[in-house]
Structure formats: C-alpha cells, structure tokens
Design a protein around this ligand. Sequence first.
Ligand SMILES: C[S@@+](CC[C@H](N)C(=O)[O-])C[C@H]1O[C@@H](n2cnc3c(N)ncnc32)[C@H](O)[C@@H]1O
Length: 242
Amino acid sequence: MGGFPVLKSVAVANRLFLHRAVRHLVGLGVEQFIDIGSGIPTMGNTHQVADEVASGAKVVYVDNEPVAVAHSRYLLDKHGDPARHAVIQADMRDPDGLWDRARDAGVIDFARPVAVLLVAVLHIQQPGRDGTDIGPRAVARYRELLRSGSYLAISHVTTEGVPPAFREKLLEVKDLYDVSSNPVVWREQSEIRALLGDFELVPPGMTWTPLWHPEESGPNAPELEFASPEESVIWAGVGRKP
Ligand SMILES: C[S@@+](CC[C@H](N)C(=O)[O-])C[C@H]1O[C@@H](n2cnc3c(N)ncnc32)[C@H](O)[C@@H]1O
C-alpha cells in the first residue's frame, strides 16, 4: 500500500487487533488457534500472545507462501514447543485439504473448540479455477468444519465509512495491486460481516480495528497515528459458532 500516509499504523492496528482477539478468545476459554495466512512472523505472533495469557495454548500457523512458512518454522524451531505449535504450508482455498493437514500436524484437539484466524487475508483475491474470487466460499466451508463453540476472527480492508481521501487512496492502491500478481478486493462492511455467516458476533461486534476491545491492548502496544478510527481502513470482528 505504497504512498498511504498512515500505512504503518494501518498494519500495526491490524496486528494489535490480532493480539487482542487472541487474548480475548483465551479469556473466553479458547486455547487452540489455526492462524490461516499467518504471514512472515512479526510483532507478537499468535503463539507468543497466547502463551502470555494461557498455559498450554496450541497454535497451527498456515500459509501458502513457502518463504512465510520457512520463517515461521525457524521461529518455532527456536522459540516453539513442538507438542503445541506447528506450521504447515497449505492453501486456504482448499479448506478440507488444509483441515486434514492441520489434523496431521497433531497439536490441535479437534474434539474441542478451535479459533480460526483469517486476519488481513481475505482482501487478497482468492481465485478459483475459473479465476473468480472464492474466498467467501472457502470461509463458508471453514464455518462448517468448525465445531459448535468454535470461533472465527476476521479483519478485512473496506472502503466503506473511511474518510474520502483515504477511500481515494485505497482505490489507487487497488489499481496498483490489480495489475500485480496479488490483486485485492475491498469489501463493503456488510460483505465482511457476511463472512461470519450465522456465527454470533462477540461484543462489541464488527468495528474498526482500534475499537475492538482496546482495553485488552498489552502494556507495550505502540501508539497509532490515526486522527479517527476510520483511518485504520480495516473492519474486524469475531464470531462464535452457535
Ligand atoms: C497481509 S498478510 C497478513 C499476515 C497476518 N495474518 C497479519 O495480519 O499480520 C496475508 C498473508 O496471507 C497469505 N495468503 C494469501 N492467500 C493465501 C491462501 N490462499 N492460502 C494461504 N495463505 C494465503 C499470504 O501469503 C500472506 O502471508
């Protein structure tokens, strides 16, 4: 998102949402996470945040990029516990295959609730065989695969409700990405909510990233340079499977 004035804060706010979602979910009794599209490890990774607030939390990192997987593997080799942490290379567009691989990793107990994290992943276009975006269809399958009492956390760029100058910038950025090998899709807020299907929204519901349980920020959370939460441009929420 080159040329975006508060780009760093957008990325940091997204990351802090992930941290708070993990802390909050641990508070709700969830201690198993499948972090899909986990990316290259950066500030506060899921297993590190979970370990701060829970003993024995289990995390499977998933990415389809070999470089991201290699970095996560390196991190876990140094600072992970093989009985509780794993990384797999898998594609979110193949939910059943990904689920099998996660099961084979042997750290998650699928008889108990699991939280799937899809943080800043679904605004990257997910082309199916015919080239159309199958991200929402794949998410629907994850909702089916999760057992009752499980959770799904999502964050996603939106152009809706953002200040006009930011909206224009987002559309410019989209044009740049769309001629690259990583086209993007900016969704309306209702479309992002729809990704959670019939899951019950965990309070406060869908919000801008900085507004989702800000009280659960860690003591070392960096300051964000937003004039208003809308400048974070990422809409986020967590749902619970009934
Ligand atoms: C913007 S990064 C987000 C990283 C991290 N979740 C965060 O919020 O900081 C998106 C990640 O999703 C991964 N990704 C994109 N499409 C994917 C797919 N179909 N299957 C698995 N991972 C995917 C990319 O490789 C990248 O590492």
